[in-house]
Design a protein around this ligand. Sequence first.
Ligand SMILES: Cc1ncc(C[n+]2csc(CCOP(=O)(O)OP(=O)(O)O)c2C)c(N)n1
Ligand SMILES: [Mg+2]
Length: 763
Amino acid sequence: MTSVVPARTETEGLREVEQRVLWLATAMIDHANRVRTNNSGLKVGGHQASCASMVSIMTALYFEHLTAADRVSVKPHASPVLHAINYLLGSLDEKHLGTLREYGGIQSYPSRTKDPDPADYSTGSVGIGATAPIWGAVARRYVDTHGGGSGTGRQYSLLGDAELDEGACWEAILDPTVADLGEVVWIVDLNRQSLDRVVPNIAAHRLQGMFTAAGWQVITLKYGQVLEELFTRPGGAALRERIDGMSNPEYQRLLRCTPEQLRDRIPAGDTAIGTLLSDVDDDTLATAIRNLGGHDLDALDSAFKAIDDTRPTVIFAYTIKGYGLATEGHPQNHGSLLGEDQMRQLGTQVGADLDDPWHRFPESSPAGRRCAETASRLRRRERARVKPPQLPADIGRTPSGTTTTQAALGRTLLDLTREAPEAAERIVTLAPDVSSTTNLGGWLNKVGVWSPAERVDWFADDAETILHWRERPAGQHIELGIAETNLVGLLGELGSTWSRWGQPLLPIGVVYDCFLGRALEPWSFGVYAGGQSILVGTPSGVSLAPEGGAHQSVGTPSIGLEQPGVTSYEPAFAVDTEWCLLEAMSQLGKPGGSSSYLRLSTRPVDQSLASVPADPAARERRRRQVVGGGYLLRRDPDPQVTLVGMGALMTETLDAAGRLADQGIGADVVCVTSADLLFRAHRGDADRGVLDQVLPAERARPMVTVLDGHPHALAFLAGVNGVRGAHLGVTGFGQSGSLDDVYRHHGLDTDSVIRAALDVTHS
Ligand SMILES: Cc1ncc(C[n+]2csc(CCOP(=O)(O)OP(=O)(O)O)c2C)c(N)n1
Ligand SMILES: [Mg+2]
């Protein structure tokens, strides 16, 4: 009979640290669910099994390999493992350990902004946290090539295997910039279980091939040293073949068998395997069958040492969900919790005490020393924060003639390079293959496309090339493939450089407004995680008429109004667009800052419809109203109706007011620039002042609201002064056609506005 030789790591305290991390993570969840008073009767929850499968990986990474310059994204359900490690490293106070999932306590999923201990990336939306370090790496390189200060270091992503089901992962892996990011390391916790099931055919070799094809280094940690040693014995090759060939569920079932059952099931009639196993004692057999590479600290050590930093690396670490716990390998263990007896049994197994669960290692013990050494290795130096640049509130131009809000975006960016060069240097624009169609061409020609290394522009001498694609490290536009999830992933990270490296950027991403929905969840998650950015949806609505129904956005004004952490604007005129953009930019890159969404249009609008006051004080008053949410654009001496328009439909709104006046029906006209800000004022979340100016109570009249989007977004305005309202907008999918055709189709043309006004005034 043979037994297991103690590994190097056991003599250096690492094994003890690993066991304590397992204990602390499990006990934190136990405390939250079983010990802490719970008056609501609602399940608190937590994921002991998901934690257990990541414990060895994180112990080996943090306590042996990580450096202070590295950053780590931890899979959502392993947050207690991160807290346990931070506690052992002295960066989380004991008082927090009993607060998991409590109001104001440590978070269910790692949170950069809410947890009291360091979490480099927020995770929780599977696939998004996993890809964040890729965008963190790009953002860091961008900062490095624009003044520096961000340093170097690996960007680790510790992800669950089922996260690879998410398209976000593959969108990111396939982006052409990513294959050059040697600092990116993904470690896949390959426990072959997702939330509901043991994944029958995870086909690791197929995944490996996909990463290889994308230019990644692939390292696979399948078996641990105990099994590897058995494979070298007579019958070992057959044993390996047998285990390799097993389905995942069959393997998982073995984890719940007695040694006697194992001796019966594993050989499956193969006498060589039977003989081999008969030479192994029960304990070794039980250890061997669960001896996977992702739980072998020495194997993990070798894998980390094998990472070459010339290209991204993925380590497939085979693990067992619930490793070391009574729930180990059970198909439904995702959310299952140990009972008191099982906790006591775990305590005995790992040398911990349920009645004194947060006990620390003595400082002089090998484990205590390892914790202290690791803490000192991982200590980060404080970074001084550069203040966001000074931005003008008003560049001072007054656009005339006919133009679009989309054109105003490009114009304003270009103007800033002349009028506020220091601020302009902090702007970085991003597009998922739509720079030219969203009017960024002029800006791109001026600032160039960003690339970590200079690239030859083979069309530089082609006189017929209007858009110059100069790729260089000083460039300020980042071009991505057509992947909106990547766009907002990078947007969030560029919007976090102020907090990570002390370098504020002003990131502006453009997307066709109809694809905002696709970008929304990851963008929202990025905003939740602290990224501050501007997202521009353009062109929008049905006003891109001939483009047709496939490209028309309907619900985005409501989305903008409802999205937390974001202020949304939908200006109608060029100068209003400039002011809103400058206001949005002034909110970026600082503690307490926020993001914005601008909904723009390609609809040409006569700028004289909203002539800007010439007097500087009156102009400034208008600007303040514009960035505050809206302004009273037309005052009738004897108003009978209030017409409220937004964005592209101001032309029809004003036209209707003129024709109503011709019929003797006076109409005030309000131009809304931000339904979001007006709603906040209406609700009492912001100063009501803007509403007193936009909809003064003494001028309250029946109201018609008009926008190129779902009418619901402006309908609340009738409630400001409690007037009767009619609400025009888009409620169905659309058609291609001329602007007139399309507006008529949706009941947004001037005639429809007039009819609605007559209806509400009972004229
Ligand atoms: C976008 C998204 N969809 C669904 C979920 C719910 N969810 C959380 S974890 C999980 C399964 C994760 O499995 P895996 O990544 O393999 O983690 P592990 O087995 O380590 O728990 C699911 C479906 C989520 N958090 N985010
Ligand atoms: Mg899994």
